[in-house]
Design a protein around this ligand. Structure first.
Ligand code: ADP
Length: 466
């Protein structure tokens, strides 16, 4: 049980301390208000009794003078004793005092009241060594002053009991509140502790598979745990992707570099024949060209992904870019007997880098040409959809298997059946990175045997550069 008590340097402890302080302060405030209310209403009740007696004595005095005071109205049936009754001259000399022996402990000199006619003056007079007396004074006909009072001991007893009951109730309530508060704080902050443990596991042991447990988390802390887990999933995916990409780059570079080296060695080992040397140098140039293209494309992709790719953005019409790209591939498509149908709507203005857009649409058309057998058909459409410009490149080619679909956007990924075709496996990664850098998106719908449809969506008009 004691393991649940929060340590002083923890948030749970702070929560408990604040919660308890607020709880105790509001209980005390509540008690203070209740005390005031009870005190006021008891006081009102006592004063009403004194006033009734005062008026009764005044009426009797008007009839018979002080003679009439031999019979006293009882203060209460509970036997709280009689009223204090005194008649004075206006200089405070006593004319009548109902029970002189009883009131010796009252300092009557302090009872020098001078109430205005038809007014009642109130004086609180302490009985020596004991409770207070509350005395009302009223001017009688003839100038004398009538004083009637009663002790406050009954009221004080009730208030004392009230304080006693409050103390008896409050102590256990505060203890229960403290225990409940600390239990609540410890439980409510459990997800935060899980979060700390998870981050510690990752930073100290490098365990990237550690995740924040979700049980016991609710509300904002549940959202936080979920978001942190999503972030960790994403980071893990990115790191795995980077590792794979690095492996792929190393693997893909090894072959052309090995070929390059082999060619150079062959040329050096053979007799110095200028024709052989010429061929070897040409081959080396081609190989190095391929390596350079691969490295440049990889650089472009990572710059586009990190937002550092320099984009020469201007208002361009995608219709023109499409026509341009289709023209560029005319010879290849004719040679392969592919029917290319271009049907763009007019005025597809976007704010984009024209060269990069040519690269995007060129890569999509290049793939459609590569993966569509001779005699097939390629449909290129451009249209507006709300505030978006949409371009689709649809072919009747081999299509992509469901297992390959999520991977085709990865760097250097090439479908198994595509190995026979030229390519580096970087075309679609570049397409995606450039389109994203322009604030757009790219998607694919494809199934084996029924062709593929790539869709590029870009914000229309003069969208701002990211
Ligand atoms: P590359 O074409 O150089 O292999 P890409 O990044 O352009 O690299 O494409 C990745 C893979 O996606 C290809 O290897 C191929 O398997 C698949 N692919 C892309 N476009 C198409 C298409 N139009 N039809 C069928 N498969 C495609």
């Amino acid at each position: 049980m004691f393991s649940k008590i929060p340590k002083p340097n923890t948030l749970a402890f702070q929560f408990t301390a604040w919660y308890s302080a607020v709880f105790i302060a509001s209980s005390l405030l509540l008690f203070g208000l209740a005390y005031l209310l009870v005190n006021t209403s008891l006081r009102e009740r006592d004063r009403a009794g004194i006033l009734t007696a005062l008026n009764e004595y005044a009426a009797r005095y008007a009839d018979d003078g002080t003679e009439a005071f031999s019979e006293h109205p009882d203060r209460s049936s509970a036997g709280a004793g009689r009223f204090f009754v005194r008649v004075t001259e206006s200089d405070n000399t006593t004319v009548f005092l109902n029970d002189p022996e009883r009131w010796v402990r009252l300092d009557l000199r302090k009872l020098h009241a001078q109430p205005a006619p038809d007014q009642v003056d109130w004086v609180d007079l302490p009985l020596i060594d004991s409770h207070n007396w509350e005395i009302a004074s009223k001017r009688l006909t003839g100038g004398r002053i009538l004083q009637v009072g009663a002790g406050t001991e009954q009221r004080e007893d009730v208030l004392e009991q009230f304080v006693g009951v409050f103390a008896a109730v409050m102590l256990p309530v505060i203890l229960v509140g403290l225990a409940g508060g600390s239990l609540f704080a410890v439980r409510a902050l459990r997800p935060i502790r899980h979060l700390i443990q998870t981050v510690r596991a990752i930073t100290e042991t490098g365990r990237l598979d550690a995740r924040v447990p979700m049980e016991g988390a609710w509300g904002e802390l549940h959202d936080l745990a979920r978001l942190v887990n999503q972030m960790l999933d994403r980071i893990a995916r990115l790191i795995t992707g980077m590792r794979d990409a690095l492996d792929n780059v190393a693997h893909d570079l090894r072959t052309p570099i090995a070929r390059l080296r082999g060619r150079a060695e062959d040329a050096l080992q053979s007799n110095p024949d200028p024709v052989v040397s010429q061929e070897a140098l040409t081959s080396c140039l081609e190989e190095s060209e391929e390596i350079l293209t691969m490295l440049n494309t990889l650089m472009d992709i990572s710059e586009a992904e990190t937002g550092t790719l320099a984009l020469d953005r201007r208002s361009i019409d995608l219709t023109d870019v499409l026509a341009n790209v289709v023209d560029l591939y005319r010879d290849v498509t004719d040679e392969k007997h592919l029917l290319v149908v271009l049907s763009p709507s007019k005025d597809l203005r976007v704010n984009a880098d024209p060269n990069r857009m040519r690269q995007v649409l060129g890569n999509l058309l290049d793939n459609a040409v590569k993966y569509t057998p001779s005699g097939g058909r390629i449909d290129i459409e451009g249209y507006r959809n709300g505030q978006q410009a949409v371009v689709t490149v649809r072919d009747t080619g081999s299509g992509i298997s469901p297992e390959d679909l999520p991977k085709i956007w990865d760097r250097l990924y090439r479908g198994d059946k595509s190995r026979s075709q030229r390519g580096l496996g970087l075309g679609l990664s570049l397409v995606k990175a450039i389109v994203h850098a322009h604030g757009g998106s790219v998607d694919v719908a494809s199934s084996p045997g029924s062709g593929s449809c790539f869709t590029v969506t870009l914000p229309l008009g003069s969208g701002l550069a990211r």
